[in-house]
Write a protein that binds this ligand. Sequence first.
Ligand SMILES: Cc1ncc(COP(=O)(O)O)c(C=O)c1O
Length: 442
Amino acid sequence: MAPEFGPEFERGLRMMLDAIARAQRPGSSDLPAIDMAAELAKLTHLRGRPPFFDYLGSGIGQGARVRLADGRWILDFTLGIGVHLFGHGNLDLIETAIRAAAADVAMQGNLIFNSEYLGLMETLLAHAPRGIDRCWLSLSGADANENALKLLRQKRGGRPGVIAFRGCFHGRTGAMAEITDRPDYRMGQPSTFPVEYLPFYDRRDPSSAERTSRAMRGVIARGGDRIAAFVLELVQGEAGFRTAPREFFVPLFEQCRAAGIPVWVDEVQTFARVTELFAADLLNLAEYVDVITVGKTLQGSAMLYRHELAPDPGLISGTFSGATAAMAVGRRIVEKLTGENFFGPHGREKQLENLTRDHLAALSRRHPNQISEVDGIGAMISFRVGDASLNHTRAFIQRAFKEGLALYYGGRDPACVRLFLPAGVLTETELAQAFEIIERCL
Ligand SMILES: Cc1ncc(COP(=O)(O)O)c(C=O)c1O
């Protein structure tokens, strides 16, 4: 519950929301168009590295579109790498944020809590996979993952190692960079614990599931007693929205269960974007899962776990658990997603997935050899362009950005284009406009 400040506050809030709605109409904003190149040069100087796109937001957007600081409107299919499922300038979320921002503190942490903290946990757990009944809030996806790793190591008597998939991404803190299967992301960093990699599902190889299962047997036989957990993404995000069927995971989880190795599913990227709130529920795998970490669309992050795994005092804490406004917005997002027709085989995400696949199929008929390897699910769909080299893919994405569509890539050599669909707001007209740009840029 946000605090109540009476009728004057309510009147002021209505006026603010009306003003924001007026400013969102393209052409009606009296925001000055600024010299974005100069601002981005300053940003580059201060950060010490250039941004990927020439993107500086103006703070105004509507639905799938955002107004850049130079006045240009573009379609955004990156969503800050999967954060803004309800796009830009959503008035319901802005209202929620303003109400929460009027509370006494901007940030909440692990010593004193306001009601947004409890409300977010309750709402999240009300929709969590069966058996997952505890929650610990944190800021970034990597924070939630660090908490999960510490918790599971503690429960496993200090065993240090993890089993993970090739191509995985779990964040950029010291420990997460050691697990993430990108040696180029940990140049100059020490290796401090064992990470055993299994091959992820390969839909072109009929023996893929058996091969990975065999690899798991080998890892457990060789050194299962050094392993704290099996950590995995059910749909790989940074590797390029790679999917796998339930049958691929079950034998792996069965082996972990037999060996006493907890299963930790990293849903930081999949959360709310796979036609269900949780990929573990989509694939009907909840019974095997001990810990789930979520982030991004939640506007913060959380570790969800079974009550038997409650952390001992002192293991997990920190000054910040989230911003008051972000917690309120995260909760409202979960309420909207679960209260409206978003999920399930006939929900909005599935409809948008089907429409996107239709567009890609039509495009590949018109441009043979240009579009291949369509993968993903729901609001996360990927495809390869041309020879799928990293350079070619990045050049394609930069062309699309100049034409007014922000896209992002995944994987590397082969790389793919990832569509982070703003499924909460995306219209079919906007999707068609995005595909016109994609076709022009092929
Ligand atoms: C699967 C997965 N885990 C963890 C993370 C790290 O999240 P954050 O960048 O919020 O720390 C990401 C980020 O892309 C992710 O995709």
